[in-house]
Write a protein that binds this ligand. Sequence first.
Ligand code: ZN
Length: 230
Amino acid sequence: MPDCNVTVFRDGTRTILFDVGAGADFMPTAGELPDALGQIGVSLDEVTHVVFTHAHPDHIWGVLDDFDDPLMPNATYLMGRREWDYWWNPETVNSIGPDRAAFAVGAKRRMEAIEGMVELVDDGQEILPGIAAHASFGHTPGHMSYEIRNGGQSVLILGDAVGNPHVAFERPDWPSGTDQDAAMAAATRARLLDHAAQDQMQVIGFHFPQSGIGRVERAGDAFRYVGETA
Ligand SMILES: [Zn+2]
């Protein structure tokens, strides 16, 4: 299983998680979130917000505990409206194709468990103070990335809109088999990397190595990833 970088952002009032990982149901090596949070002094009870980039297993399945209750009982759960509507739709399990039908079943079950605690967000919306949603559709139909601004610093949480720090930077136009709409995802990737390079933002890729934090530099027609070791 590749690295899964759950981002934790604390602003003094809120404790915000971006995605929650896969949980123990997806793969035996997953399900380490509670321990990982404990190691940095964050208890599950104090998480105020969980913000999802998308509803794939390795991003949302960890949202429930062993009793199928929400793992973060006091949190508000935020997801892009289009993403929510896609996985909530009972037709999706039939239309998504056999390879991903289990994704649809698994997402729906978890979304039903948190339905009463969810707020849906739209492109361009300031979802929390200093945090804006950026539509980054393609990897999934309603994938969202999030920009955190804190004084002069900014960081772009890419989710899986940019899947890896190699090919996706050097050839952002190349289609990737992990993207549901490969052409749309390629256009999204180029746009996000351009934005991050232009504004000299930090980026965090969910599956990038070594905690996933880096910067984006232009390299001719393409881009280069400069990782920052945490
Ligand atoms: Zn992923």
